[in-house]
Design a protein around this ligand. Structure first.
Ligand SMILES: [Zn+2]
Length: 335
């Protein structure tokens, strides 16, 4: 994991944090957006009062191997847990009921047949438990099955520990902190969603009008989905407990890929399950190649227009937030 930190030279008024690849495979997009940020924004901020922390490839192993998780199959964005992991194991009881469907313990067979079986089982589950419960059980994070999907771990991971220490030390003394974390895979294909924390007091509508970001979702079951062990939530708790008087705004920048229809949701759940099944239990060669391709499309679409729009959305977001939060020095702004 690499980071660059430049402290404010005179007084610690503002700190901007940008991070990528919390989910390893999403780091390729993240790298492109970080480059865009580095080229255009640091020179427009005042080094006397502004600190900058850039973190690239929070999960380098996952990035290298085109996976979301770290080597222990942990989704790091479910691993920021302060308390007891034994307590976490009691959460999301639906996951274990659905485990035979969400994480089958066998090699992936012929892809055509597997797709048919999956469709059939999914229709069955939708009738049985409903779309919302199925979605929550799959995505919320689970702490029981280490070889399952969205596994949050049974202890704090080294990457998590390192970031907790990094945030604690770099946040110290700053009055105003903004952290944007780059992600892909969720939301409409050609519009970035700014996903805010349940700890954020501004509503989605207020956030959208303040920053000029068209699409804002609060991380709750209505707008997005509930999460446990979330990194950005942990930062709100850190500031609240250890840095009284400081203000923090964090958000995930989610660049959508498959879209947000029910069918798109089923498609991304399917590849999530198949990918994990191949990682855990193997596959026939042809099935593996299909899974590699499809998984990559979920996090880094091959269509050139997609990356162009992602860059435009990132620019709009950086401009809007940095401007509204007073990071841009007026004399330097070249818009
Ligand atoms: Zn992500």
């Amino acid at each position: 994991m690499d980071w660059i930190f430049t402290d404010a030279l005179e007084s610690k008024e503002r700190l901007i944090v940008l991070s990528t690849a919390l989910h390893g495979i999403e780091g390729y997009l993240g790298s492109g957006l970080l480059e865009l940020f580095i080229q255009d924004y640091p020179t427009r901020m005042d080094p006397r009062t502004t600190g900058i922390l850039l973190i690239h490839a929070i999960n380098p192993w996952g990035m290298k191997h085109w996976k979301r998780t770290n080597p222990a199959n942990v989704d790091l964005n479910r691993n920021f847990v302060d308390g007891d992991f034994a307590v976490m194991a009691e959460t999301n009881p639906d996951y274990m009921k659905l485990a035979p469907y969400l994480s089958p313990r066998k090699a992936l067979g012929s892809i055509g047949l597997e797709k048919l079986l999956f469709f059939d089982q999914t229709m069955h589950q939708l009738v049985l438990v409903g779309q919302r419960r199925l979605r929550e059980a799959a995505l919320m994070g689970q702490y029981r099955q280490p070889e399952g999907i969205y596994f949050g771990g049974q202890e704090v991971q080294p990457e998590t520990r390192m970031l907790m220490d990094l945030y604690r030390s770099t946040f110290t003394g700053y009055r105003h902190i903004v952290h944007l974390d780059m992600h892909s895979g969720y939301g409409p294909r050609f519009q970035m969603t700014l996903v805010t924390s349940p700890y954020e007091k501004m509503s989605a509508a207020e956030t959208s009008s303040r920053y000029g970001t068209p699409l804002v979702a609060a991380a709750n079951p209505e707008d997005f989905y509930s999460m446990q062990g979330d990194m950005l939530d942990w930062e709100y708790r850190l500031v609240d407990k250890e840095f009284p008087g400081a203000r923090i705004f964090t958000a995930g920048c989610e660049f959508g890929t498959f879209g947000n229809s029910l069918l798109a949701g089923i498609r991304s759940l399917r590849i999530t399950i198949f990918r994990n099944q191949v990682n855990q239990h193997g596959a026939k060669d042809k099935a593996r190649a299909w899974v590699d391709r499809e998984y990559r499309e979920l996090y880094l679409p091959s269509e050139a227009a997609w990356f162009e729009k992602a860059q435009a959305d990132a620019r709009q977001t950086f401009e809007g937030i940095l401007d509204a939060e007073g990071f841009m020095t007026a004399g330097n702004a070249n818009k």
